[in-house]
Design a protein around this ligand. Structure first.
Ligand SMILES: Nc1ncnc2c1ncn2[C@@H]1O[C@H](COP(=O)(O)OP(=O)(O)OP(=O)(O)O)[C@@H](O)[C@H]1O
Ligand SMILES: [Mg+2]
Length: 221
């Protein structure tokens, strides 16, 4: 298995006491598969994805990456694990506004001291259909173009795991479809596993498996 979650609980403090967000989730994410996470708003999908990414720590339970327990790895170690193994795509793109498209894609490569970072970033941006937008800042790009940049960035380190949280939620239907085609195609080309949070039943169906979350629990797979 690429990643396993074992009995994950997440409890967060709120004004009137602790709130259980995730209540005992166990999951196995196989290699080279697309897995949809579906469920009502507030059911805990984003929280679950953030735990997979190591951006949020579970209150209880464990996370294993390729058989290694990473539950108690400290922040710096998690950042390195994330950089080398994962790409994250958000609904609202999360590009760095002061960097051009090319810089947004090359920065993870440069931080990892990869040779030829800029050439690789150019090639990735061309792959996502933006060979003519290298020097544009995020504010000078359409939503669909920004998401293409975010996908190129997420793929830049050739991660085994792509975590995408409603990546087409802010795009019109036609643009969203083109972005999803691109994401599926790139993920398949790299042999990566895609975890896709989506409210779109057609997109969920296009995945190899669906995990239904309700009230912080898996109710069906
Ligand atoms: N920092 C926080 N502190 C307290 N509660 C939180 C925090 N973040 C999220 N929650 C609560 O956790 C629950 C799950 O949130 P989460 O964002 O994971 O849901 P979701 O399934 O992604 O919903 P949506 O489909 O609307 O994106 C919600 O009830 C939310 O209010
Ligand atoms: Mg969410």
């Amino acid at each position: 298995m690429l990643m396993t979650l074992n009995d994950i609980h997440l409890t967060l403090p709120a004004n009137n006491g602790d709130v259980p967000i995730l209540r005992g989730i166990s999951l196995s994410l196989p290699r080279a598969k697309a897995i949809a996470i579906v469920g009502p708003s507030g059911s805990g999908k984003t929280s679950l994805l953030m735990i997979c990414a190591g951006l949020l720590r579970a209150t209880k339970g464990s996370v294993c990456l390729e058989g290694t327990d990473i539950t108690h790895v400290e922040e710096d170690g998690l950042a390195t694990l994330r950089r080398d193994n994962m790409g994250v795509v958000f609904q609202d793109f999360h590009l760095i506004p002061t960097m051009t498209a090319l810089e947004n894609v090359s920065i993870p490569l440069e931080l990892a001291r990869i040779d030829g970072a800029e050439a690789r970033a150019r090639s990735l941006l061309s792959d996502v259909g933006l060979p003519h937008r290298f020097d544009h800042y995020p504010s000078q790009l359409s939503g669909g173009e920004q998401q293409r940049v975010a996908i190129a960035r997420a793929l830049s380190m050739q991660p085994k795991l792509i975590l995408a949280d409603e990546p087409t939620g802010n795009l019109d239907q036609e643009t969203g479809r083109a972005i999803m085609d691109l994401l599926f195609e790139r993920v398949r080309a790299q042999g990566a596993t895609l975890v896709l949070i989506t409210h779109d039943p057609l997109l969920a169906k296009a995945c190899d498996a669906q995990i239904h979350i309700q009230d912080g629990k898996v109710v069906a797979v």
